[in-house]
Design a protein around this ligand. Sequence first.
Ligand SMILES: Nc1ncnc2c1ncn2[C@@H]1O[C@H](COP(=O)(O)OP(=O)(O)OP(=O)(O)O)[C@@H](O)[C@H]1O
Length: 240
Amino acid sequence: MGTLEISGLRKQFGGVVALAGVDLTIEEGEILGVVGPNGSGKTTLFNVITGVHKPTAGRVTWRGADITGLAAHAISRIGIGHTFQQAMAFPGLSVFENVQIASEHCRHARNEAYPWPSPDALLSFVGLQDLRREIAGIMPFGNLRLLGLALALASRPTMLLLDEPAAGLNDKETAKLVDLVKQLPGHGISVCVIDHDMNLMQRLCRRLVVLDFGSKIADGPTAEVLNDPKVLEVYLGGAL
Ligand SMILES: Nc1ncnc2c1ncn2[C@@H]1O[C@H](COP(=O)(O)OP(=O)(O)OP(=O)(O)O)[C@@H](O)[C@H]1O
């Protein structure tokens, strides 16, 4: 049994079918990648898992418990954290104050294996300890992304959903992010990541899922999925 199991997940916005009945398992300790063309349902999948949207049909279970349709704060409390495409820091506060507030807010979340006992420990993990007094709103974009990761980790998750974590980062910043994310399973945090960057996905994920028009069209080892003729044809127009 996986940590997070999704079955028959469907989400419609009026006449638009964003998810057309998706089955998906995220295993303990893995870094799973979800890819697909624009509009294929990736962000909707995250939004339904994290309680931003209620599904039209289907079921989400977490360690065997039905969590379908729970509110976002309840999903966060059981240990499913997420980052946003846009960094969600308080712009007028310092890096340290942002992480302190997030840590304080989530201090009752249960995660016995949580490895960062203080905001400074978290800042040290993401490499922002020397910038702890910087005002978040005037930080360069790459550092803001790292702060976004620290804020997500402050919720003491045992699973983290990352939505396009490397968008807008340069090669050096991306390498740093890859290094950090790859360490997460070793800290007891499973990861599911959405991104368009296949190079990034190959470096991060052993398993890839491909969505197309709200349906899963492939699920397996990354190299196999990227050579699947169906994926090449439907997702990449025949050439990767
Ligand atoms: N809140 C909403 N209201 C109406 N339609 C929506 C809403 N959110 C998503 N959709 C539609 O659902 C479909 C799936 O969108 P979604 O954002 O999940 O795709 P995506 O794979 O994340 O795309 P991208 O790669 O461009 O971020 C699209 O047709 C989109 O227009």
